[in-house]
Design a protein around this ligand. Structure first.
Ligand code: COA
Ligand code: MG
Length: 295
């Protein structure tokens, strides 16, 4: 049984920036990605690896989900990164530039060979042209007794670089890929977190893009700056109205006169059992958010 986890806000912290690593302990973000890849220059890779491993091992991040992003499989840093990450025991290891299900299996096998804790999840960056075409193959390789693939992270900057697709308000050029990854992920119980918004001082534009990701079915958004956490959490949290409506639906289906019914009327609207399931998820995620806030 996989417990429900809020993944509204997922903040990247450059592994080389000690100040950021410290600051993460007090930021209201649901998850933190300790980055060894894009945010770290080549001559800082070794230093960042050591610093991140120590920070994750030492802890102090409360209930926040901790993820280490290693360098890609075909880089000279990958093996050392994976070893260090496996022994630091984060909640998950994020693999960049995944392009097939084979990549997932290869990393899982290497982690097993290292004797690492099987409860460490894998997360996959969905950011190459091949990943968009092989999203199903990648997702199908997700479920596993050890090192299950738990989350897709959209890497929209790399996608833009590799394909030429523009990142503009509305993200028209990317919509089919975003939705493909949502469908592939959902089919195999994989959560999905949207790409970053680079113009971090533009709060209105950022909120609009958060809302778009939420509408597309994503669980949250990756962030680059602490200032983005508050607005992001707000957009991806169920509203008070949504929670009340969900509780109403659940209560209505529990009434004796509605036992065994598949569709009923609540406040003049048709509600089916599938809405009761959605309502239960809304209540569960709001309770998980509440629990995280109290911790
Ligand atoms: N995580 C944690 N803390 C961060 C942070 C982050 N991603 N980004 C900034 N901060 C901290 C700064 O250290 C600073 O802390 P202080 O006031 O205690 O000194 C505070 O937030 C304000 O930062 P600010 O001065 O506004 O930003 P900056 O100019 O220092 O940095 C960026 C701007 C974009 C370079 C920085 O936010 C960053 O490195 N973001 C992450 C980039 C990344 O990881 N990219 C890879 C994935 S796309
Ligand atoms: Mg990338």
């Amino acid at each position: 049984m996989v417990t429900i986890r809020p993944r509204r806000s997922v903040l990247y912290m450059p592994g080389s920036k000690e100040r950021a690593l410290e600051k993460g302990k007090s930021l209201p973000t649901d998850a933190i990605i300790f980055d060894l890849e894009d945010a770290v220059a080549p001559d800082m890779k070794d230093m960042a690896r050591g610093q991140v491993a120590s920070a994750v091992q030492a802890g102090g991040y409360g209930q926040r989900e901790l993820i280490i992003r290693v360098n890609g499989l075909d880089t000279p840093w990958f093996e050392e990164d994976l070893k260090a990450a496996a022994s630091a025991k984060p909640n998950a290891i994020l693999i960049p530039k995944v392009s097939s299900g084979e990549d997932i299996r290869a990393v899982r096998d290497q982690l097993k060979a290292l004797g690492s804790d099987p409860s460490i999840d894998l997360w996959a960056m969905m950011e190459t042209p091949l990943a968009m075409l092989k999203a199903l193959d990648i997702a199908e390789n997700g479920p596993s007794d050890s090192h299950r693939l738990a989350v897709f992270i959209m890497g929209t900057n790399d996608l833009s670089k590799e394909t030429g697709a523009a990142i503009k308000p509305g993200r028209e050029a990317m919509l089919s890929w975003l939705s493909t990854c949502v469908a592939a992920g959902r089919a195999f119980g994989i959560d999905i977190v949207d790409g970053v918004y680079n113009d971090f001082k533009d709060e209105d534009g950022f909120k609009t893009e958060c809302a778009q990701g939420n509408d597309l079915g994503m669980d949250g958004k990756t962030l680059i700056h602490p200032g983005q956490i508050g607005p992001c959490n707000e957009v991806f949290s169920p509203s008070i109205d949504a929670i009340e409506w969900a509780k109403k639906i659940i209560a209505a289906f529990e009434l004796p006169e509605n036992q065994g019914k598949g569709a009923i009327t609540v406040d003049g609207k048709m509600v089916e059992l599938l809405h009761a399931e959605m309502a239960k998820r809304t209540v569960a995620i709001s309770e998980a958010i509440e629990a995280l806030a109290q911790s």
